[in-house]
Design a protein around this ligand. Structure first.
Ligand code: ACO
Length: 343
């Protein structure tokens, strides 16, 4: 059985920087740079321009990852697209990315499968689990895995929504998962979920138990109440569960790989909140210099945080072949996951 390794990484963030002060001055939100930095570590985030959607952000990241892997889009056997902010309710952004990459065009069209992964902040790890299984089983030689989000279109950028809207930003990261006979690569991916907390962090938009699913006005236009339109979150509950689940998942990943936490050279955690990650590192005795962060610059980009960090770490030379990397994420669902990769 082949091993699966990450043969290329890439990322893209839109050019518009929105600082914490911009939230106050441009959007009129009653908040402050100090409040946001103290509780989350976030200093600024990126917002995509009107007209730009999640598949487009994902395309930029995907093309960078393919170039880094030395591959053409037509070499890919499958697309996995992790997002909680797809372009449409359906179809998923995976098929839109496939169209953007042009693989179905020309004399030798490749109508490769494209699957959306709907596991929020754990979406990248759920995708990595799937990509690893597809490559190791021999069903695919190269899987393109993208995590991308356009949060800015669906944030309540008013004082009412500040607890959630100050946290999120737009961006995309991508990896190519490829087969290799070498003794390296993904050492396993460990996933978990606890649906008892499904509504603790949730954006309903509609309720499919209702007839019709969105109430209508007299002219037949849909009416969505603010608490359905915007994400709702019990932040303190998320914080507590995130620390517990991510530390448990990391320890599990080490046990399965017959490693100690101290054997891991670099930790790449989901970027929900700098405080969550510092607390997690303290609990597990992880030295600060072994963990990378970018939440200060991008906020929480949900499914994109880990692949963006991987791509940035490769580009900066912090992540080099031969190193052992530990990944962990937690998010809405609740869902969580971890992985150890011999890079
Ligand atoms: N600026 C100023 N004041 C604010 C802001 C803001 N951006 N947001 C909330 N407040 C106010 C609230 O209105 C509240 O005011 P009140 O006491 O007058 O009612 C007060 O601050 C305290 O609100 P809490 O929600 O209790 O604030 P808390 O200290 O819990 O911090 C936070 C909120 C930062 C969200 C924290 O709970 C947290 O970090 N939770 C983790 C959740 C998380 O990171 N989610 C990310 C997405 S999930 C994921 O990716 C895993």
């Amino acid at each position: 059985m082949a091993n699966a390794y990450i043969s290329g990484t890439g990322f893209y963030v839109p050019p518009q920087v929105v600082t914490n002060d911009d939230l106050v001055k441009k959007y009129g939100i009653e908040t402050s740079h100090e409040w946001i930095v103290q509780r989350t570590g976030i200093e600024e985030r990126r917002f995509a321009a009107e007209g730009v959607g999640t598949a487009e952000l994902g395309e930029h990241a995907a093309r960078a990852a393919l170039a880094a892997a030395g591959l053409q889009a037509t070499d890919i056997d499958m697309i996995l697209f992790a997002t909680l902010s797809p372009n449409y309710a359906f179809p998923g952004s995976g098929v839109l990315l496939q169209r953007r990459l042009g693989v179905a065009e020309g004399d030798n069209p490749r109508l490769i499968p494209a699957m959306d992964i709907r596991n929020q902040c754990s979406g990248f790890l759920y995708g990595l689990y799937t990509a690893n299984a597809m490559v190791r089983s021999g069903a695919a030689k190269h899987v393109l895995l993208v995590g991308a989000e356009t949060h800015s279109a669906a944030l309540d950028l008013t004082t009412r929504g500040r607890t959630v809207s100050s946290l999120f930003g737009d961006g995309a990261g991508a990896v190519v998962v490829s087969a290799t006979d070498e003794e390296r690569g993904i050492q396993g991916v460990h996933l978990g979920a606890d649906g008892r907390h499904a509504e603790v962090l949730c954006q309903k938009v509609w309720d499919i138990t209702k007839r019709p699913f969105v109430p209508l006005d007299d002219e037949g236009r849909g009416l969505v109440e603010p608490d359905h339109l915007w994400a709702q979150m019990d932040g303190r509950k998320v914080f507590r569960h995130a620390v517990m689940a991510m530390s448990g998942a990391l320890v599990d990943a080490c046990t399965h790989a017959s490693l100690e936490l101290g054997d891991i050279d670099l930790f790449v955690f989901h970027q929900a909140n700098l405080r969550i990650n510092q607390y997690l590192a303290d609990q597990l005795g992880i030295p600060p210099e072994k963990a990378v962060h970018n939440i200060q610059r991008y906020g929480n980009t949900t499914a994109a945080t880990i692949p963006i960090l991987l791509a940035e770490s490769v580009a900066s030379g912090k992540l080099k072949p031969g190193m052992t990397v530990g990944l962990a994420a937690f998010g809405s669902g609740f869902t969580w996951g971890s992985s150890i990769i011999k890079w």
